[in-house]
Design a protein around this ligand. Structure first.
Ligand code: GAL
Length: 360
């Protein structure tokens, strides 16, 4: 049985059991909300398809399991997310599930949550510099980068070709802990070829600070790519490959390349298997994406919550990787999958993640 199936099943059964116990207690007390308690879910933004899916999946899974849910989006404004979480703490939620906008902005509000015995789960993105985060549910973030880097190495056939090929690098938001893991995973694969001279970064921009993209915003990436093209590729040379960490950024880069006259695209990576990017992959504009099944992540998170509220230790599969600066946060990490034109049908369509008609 694979993780997905097992997670979904244990999640559903466990949650139902807890819901029954909890509602029995509630009626004995002559009150309560019914179900298994209250869950506050803080998501970063609705501008990206994946967080809408994450929020929907979590809300439905928790509600099906008998929990009351407060779901909030903060439009990528960290201070607004803090206020939303403060409100949830004021509403006496039992659990907070947080995909942080700024990984270092939450210490105050989480201390407040801890003083009320609220369990805190960092969802997808680790929360840093606080003792008050209990668990982390995510994917193997280093592997995401490894898959992106490896895809480019294989697409350019660097094992056999001398190159040199021109590559440009993009990373996500510096306020997101995942950004470093994605880039480090990819750079570990790509850097030896830069050292060897088979890959050339003509812009010279290779540090995380130089290549980061504020708020993961595609328009910001588009502008940076425009600048790179006009400053470093005005001699007739072309970009052969672009390391892009996330589909929204990939599409910004593609828009820039199109605006600058590219009719054949370089090899371009991505992440999240967003519908628009899978369409781009089918059209040959984007080369790959990294698929992370948000349904599995929601099921894993529900499992964690159910176990905690049941007084048990949730299942974790990593207790070494994610040091948040204060402690190593116990984590359950899921497997990301590399998707391109050859396997998108099987991986994202046949699995029911994207409906076939949405790609038409
Ligand atoms: C990251 C997440 C990625 C992508 C990105 C931009 O934290 O792990 O999958 O969604 O944010 O939203």
């Amino acid at each position: 049985m694979n993780v997905n199936r097992r997670q979904l099943m244990t999640g559903t059964i466990g949650a139902a059991a807890v819901a029954m116990v909890a509602s029995a207690c509630a009626s004995e007390d002559g009150g309560g909300e019914g179900g298994g308690g209250k869950v506050g879910i803080a998501m970063p933004t609705k501008t990206s398809e994946r967080w809408i899916l994450d929020g929907d999946n979590l809300k439905t899974s928790f509600e099906d399991a008998g929990y009351e849910v407060s779901l909030q989006y903060a439009n990528d404004v960290a201070a607004d997310q803090v206020s939303q979480i403060e409100t949830m703490v004021g509403q006496n939620v039992d659990v907070l599930v947080i995909a942080a906008i700024d990984n270092k902005s939450l210490s105050g509000v989480l201390a407040q949550a801890k003083s009320q015995d609220i369990t805190v789960i960092a969802y997808d993105r680790l929360i840093l510099d606080t003792p008050d985060v209990d668990y982390y549910a995510s994917f193997d973030n280093t592997k995401v980068g490894t898959l992106q880097g490896t895809y480019l190495v294989e697409a350019l056939d660097l094992a056999n070709q001398a190159g040199p090929f021109n590559i440009e690098l993009f990373a996500g938001a510096l306020t997101d802990n995942n950004t470093k893991y994605f880039f480090d995973g990819a750079w570990a694969v790509l850097e030896p070829f830069v050292t060897e001279g088979k890959l050339v970064v003509k812009s010279g921009q290779t540090t995380l600070e130089q290549i980061a993209t504020e708020n993961w915003d595609g328009a910001v990436a588009q502008e940076r790519m425009d600048n790179i093209l006009s400053n470093f590729y005005n001699d007739g040379s072309v970009v052969d490959a672009v390391l892009a960490p996330y589909d929204g950024i990939s599409r910004g880069i593609i828009a820039s390349l199109q605006g600058n006259g590219y009719t054949t695209m370089p090899f371009i990576t991505g992440q999240d298997a967003e519908v628009e990017s899978v369409k781009y992959i089918i059209e040959g504009l984007q080369s790959m994406t990294v698929y992370k099944d948000t349904r599995e992540l929601a099921a894993t998170t529900v499992d964690m919550v159910v176990a905690v509220l049941d007084g048990k230790d949730p299942e974790i599969n990593d207790d070494t990787t994610y040091d948040n600066g204060n402690k190593v946060v116990p984590a359950y990490l899921l497997e990301p999958v590399s998707v391109d034109v050859n396997n998108y049908q099987e991986v994202v369509v046949d699995s029911g993640y994207i409906a076939e008609e949405d790609l038409a």
